[in-house]
Design a protein around this ligand. Structure first.
Ligand code: DC
Length: 221
């Protein structure tokens, strides 16, 4: 049986940074499920599907074959055979991913892929519904969160470091809107699993969070 760690939490809590570091230290494969929803969102944007057209999203997602591979320890997402990693990290794609992930047809397709990956390898998987729906039997579950102002500031610093101009208030309101949508949708909303350990990273350094999560994982081994 494979060893699985589930990390859930809201946008910008630092899940991917932390999960990547923990994966390296514990020799696990890192699976970023948000990137799969982003690839599906990118497909919808490219196909000019409206975010308001639920029926078209449910229909169109059948034409998207999404798979993942690993190159130099990095996850690569393939959309109908094409490496789409370079297109996934924009705000537009992130917001569209939050919208299309409300559709059961999209979720069913991606959850199946995630469960197959976890069954065949020791992994740490991050997302919104990993501990509650995708891997209810994961050996360790963490709910990683931080206040929305802290998360917005981290995102702002990340974007400005890349030379992009952005508005802190707009980033925070986008984050809060995304939190609301992810937490209140009908299917697999974001919530802490009953057996997940809550880690609030608002006043913690990255290293402190990594060490805390490693100790939770070691205990659960
Ligand atoms: O983690 P992220 O920002 O890359 O995720 C983008 C969106 O995808 C997120 O707002 C909601 C959706 N998502 C989801 O519904 N379930 C997951 N397991 C991961 C992401």
């Amino acid at each position: 049986m494979s060893y699985n760690v589930a990390i859930d939490g809201p946008a910008g809590a630092g899940k991917s940074t932390i999960a990547k570091a923990v994966a390296k230290k514990m020799n696990l494969i890192y699976v970023d499920t948000g990137a799969m929803y982003r690839a599906m969102a990118f497909f919808m944007i490219r196909e000019k599907i409206s975010p308001n057209d639920a029926e078209a999203i449910s229909k169109k997602c059948r034409e998207a074959d999404i798979s993942i591979g690993h190159e130099n320890g990095e996850q690569v997402v393939y959309l109908n055979g094409e490496n789409v990693n370079p297109y996934l990290r924009t705000e537009e794609v992130g917001n569209m991913a939050s919208v299309i992930s409300q559709q059961p047809a999209v979720r069913e397709k991606l959850v199946e892929l995630q469960q197959a990956l976890a069954a065949k390898s020791d992994c740490i998987m991050d997302g919104r519904d990993i501990g509650t729906c995708v891997l209810p039997g994961a050996q360790a579950k963490i709910y990683l969160t931080a206040g929305s102002a802290v998360r917005a500031k981290r995102r702002y610093d990340e974007l400005t470091a890349k030379g992009q101009t952005c508005d802190l208030k707009k980033i925070q309101s986008d984050i809060e809107e995304r939190d609301y949508r992810d937490m209140h949708r009908e299917h697999s909303p974001l919530r802490q699993a009953e057996d997940a350990v809550l880690v609030d990273s608002s006043d913690m350094t990255i290293d402190e969070v990594i060490n805390k999560i490693i100790s939770i994982c070691e205990e659960a081994k």
